[in-house]
Design a protein around this ligand. Structure first.
Ligand code: PRP
Length: 212
């Protein structure tokens, strides 16, 4: 039996784009286009299996070897520091991690800054590096509401188009780091399935180069 290459795709628009790249790279799996709610798709003849997972879970599958490779945002890699290889910047899913605040916000360095975020580690690292004392308020979504209701002074969150901030009367105060989608691999799969993984890296790298 052929060894299967297991690929974790982030469910959603980014994942569709990634599948398109992998298909072009020589790893098609036509059944993935079937319109149903299945989450696992296989092309047995080619030895490839795709599965759709929550974007923030991709790195967990890859770290534990349930997936050999996957695609995760740099935000997730920075926040959770999974023990995986980061092989390639796919140059898609681009956005930035930023500090945002109400338009009239003025930072008072004498006071502990209250920071609401889903990305507590990124926020802590950022403010530690600046020597700024903060109080983290960890939230799971709708972060933009926190400063409006006085729960926090600022937020640390992903900004893509800036629409969410604008519609909630917030603006970017500082940019922390640019974010994009990364191809990641399980460390032992990278040795044992080197041939298939190298091919996918080589071919997708060509596609990202062509775009530039
Ligand atoms: C992210 C982020 C912002 C929004 C920014 O949320 O938390 O709310 O996107 O995008 P914009 O600058 O284009 O408006 P996402 O849609 O990923 O959902 P989430 O709140 O569940 O994280």
């Amino acid at each position: 039996m052929k060894t299967m290459l297991n690929i974790a795709l982030p469910k959603g628009r980014l994942g569709e784009k990634v599948y398109g790249m992998f298909e072009k790279a020589g790893f098609p799996c036509p059944s993935i286009h079937e319109n149903n709610r299945k989450l696992i798709f296989e092309n047995e003849a080619l030895g490839v299996r795709y599965f759709w997972v929550k974007p923030s879970d991709v790195a967990i599958y890859v770290e534990r070897g349930a997936a050999d490779i996957g695609v995760a945002g740099k935000d997730i890699l920075l926040e959770y520091a999974p023990d995986v290889y980061e092989l390639l910047d796919l140059d898609i899913g681009k956005c930035r991690m930023a500090v945002a605040a109400p338009k009239d916000f003025r930072d008072d360095p004498q006071k502990t800054l209250k920071v609401a975020t889903k990305f507590s580690n990124i926020a802590l690292d950022y403010y530690n590096s600046k020597g700024r004392e903060i109080d983290i308020i960890h939230l799971n979504g709708s972060i933009e509401i926190a400063p409006i209701l006085g729960l926090s002074d600022v937020i640390v969150d992903i900004v893509e188009t800036g629409t969410t901030l604008k519609e909630n009367n917030l603006e970017v105060f500082e940019t922390i780091v640019p974010i994009s989608a990364r191809l990641i691999a399980n460390k032992s799969s990278f040795m044992f399935k080197a041939e298939q993984i190298e091919k996918i890296v080589r071919e997708t790298a060509k596609m990202t180069e062509e775009k530039k």
